[in-house]
Design a protein around this ligand. Sequence first.
Ligand SMILES: Nc1ncnc2c1ncn2[C@@H]1O[C@H](COP(=O)(O)OP(=O)(O)OP(=O)(O)O)[C@@H](O)[C@H]1O
Ligand SMILES: [Mg+2]
Length: 236
Amino acid sequence: MLKVENLTVHYGRALAVKDVNIEVRKGEIVAIVGSNGAGKTTILNAVMGVLKKHGRVVFEDRDITNFKTHEIAGLGISYLPDTRTVFKNLTVLDNLRVAFYKNLKAEGEKGFRQKLEGIFEHFTNLEEKIGLKAGFLSGGEQQMLSIAQSLIREPKLVILDEPSAGLSPKLVKDLFNIISFMKRNRLTVLIVEQNVNKTIKIADRVYFLKNGKIVASGKAKDFEDDNIIKQAYFGG
Ligand SMILES: Nc1ncnc2c1ncn2[C@@H]1O[C@H](COP(=O)(O)OP(=O)(O)OP(=O)(O)O)[C@@H](O)[C@H]1O
Ligand SMILES: [Mg+2]
């Protein structure tokens, strides 16, 4: 579904990502794990057309290397950046409605309400606060809302940049449950995380990134007991 080929990105003269190859197949959860500054966000921004890059990006057999960000989003890729933002002056409900806007024309308010039910099955916290302005939610709740926004669009591919960062243990648990749910529904996910143990449990395949390079990759379950990798790159 998504192929990243020989991706190299510089910031000025500094090399941030070098010769990275990543593939995400339909229905897979693929994770990129790496510590601070490894180049994870850089890869995602380059894929989404936010940064200048060398290499090639292919989505559903189409070369999208030179597509603009909104064109890439229009193909059905939903990107949740690490700077997640919700509209603080809009209610939880309206934030979700805005996210659903493109589908609203075709599916109407009824379609929206149906999708909403599906979302609230997994985001029970949000359902309780449906009428509240998003600005009154806690940081973690706002983060869950922004994840709900990217899911309600029913994208072909969801790209999540460290969705668990800054969440309470309870919300991290909810989040990983939601991602497992996505997996059972054959949604395709590319997730970037520092939380190596939790990520390995839900991902199908994983790429380990260090100093802008992929240093190991393979089936996630093959790394579950691989303390060498974990210790070498993540200090345990
Ligand atoms: N706009 C920028 N200008 C210059 N250098 C940058 C810029 N953005 C990132 N970098 C550098 O590129 C490298 C990779 O950064 P990146 O944000 O991709 O890392 P990351 O893996 O997402 O880290 P984190 O887990 O902290 O989010 C870092 O050395 C960083 O300092
Ligand atoms: Mg980052």
